[in-house]
Design a protein around this ligand. Structure first.
Ligand SMILES: Cc1cc2nc3c(=O)[nH]c(=O)nc-3n(C[C@H](O)[C@H](O)[C@H](O)COP(=O)(O)O)c2cc1C
Length: 187
């Protein structure tokens, strides 16, 4: 699958087949994350991969939040919980100087690598950012000093959906040279 096709094909999948994700697919997904860049190569990301259905159901029942309860997650054969180590000294100093939370950027890149690799393997994914972090940590025995910022549901999509993308036009999201100046395409 060429790269443009992977980008086109990736959509959030919230309905999964019961077919499990193979161990070698999971490993390929983790490897894609491992190759991701990170600030100062600090590699602050850590992941918990959950395939036990009852465990996933428990997370869905006990660690979601109202308004967006993410009930569809119960069908997912694999849930990857994205964690960050907060005690990496280069990161902490960097953040104090610039105000940028590097570990969040690093985790986002690594997890999107996972998403793209999973898409290449024919798997569907959906990011989950609406959950109760304390509950997740309690259920998974994640230490207090570890931050959980995102999760990823992974599995074979139940139906092939040709979802229409709802995206802002290019001229709304990019400026040329200075903020507010329209994009110029001279070459
Ligand atoms: C950081 C992040 C958190 C998200 N959290 C959720 C979530 O909790 N539940 C959900 O159903 N979708 C969630 N999504 C998926 C977005 O709703 C989805 O990416 C967006 O609507 C665009 O649709 P597409 O992914 O199909 O292109 C999240 C996406 C991101 C990047």
């Amino acid at each position: 699958m060429d790269f443009d096709h992977i980008l086109e094909r990736r959509i959030s999948v919230r309905s999964f087949d019961s077919k499990p994700v193979k161990d070698k697919e999971l490993l390929a997904i983790i490897e894609a994350a491992r190759l991701a860049p990170s600030a100062c190569n600090s590699q602050t990301w850590r992941f918990v991969a959950i395939t036990d259905r009852e465990f996933i159901q428990k997370i869905c029942d006990e660690a979601m939040r109202p308004v967006i309860p993410n009930k569809w997650l119960k069908q997912a054969p694999l849930l990857i919980v994205g964690c960050s180590k907060l005690d990496v000294i280069s990161n902490r100093i960097g953040t104090r100087v610039t105000g940028i939370e590097y570990y969040q950027i690093d985790l986002g890149i690594a997890m999107e690598h996972m998403v793209l690799k999973a898409t290449e393997l024919g798997l569907g994914t959906c990011w989950i950012g609406w959950f109760n972090e304390n509950k997740i940590k309690e259920i998974l025995d994640i230490p207090k000093k570890i931050k959980v910022s995102a999760m990823l549901a992974v599995g074979y999509p139940k139906k092939k959906s040709a979802k229409k993308r709802n995206r802002k036009p290019i001229e709304k999201i990019v400026f040329s040279e200075k903020w507010g100046q329209s994009l110029k395409m001279d070459h």
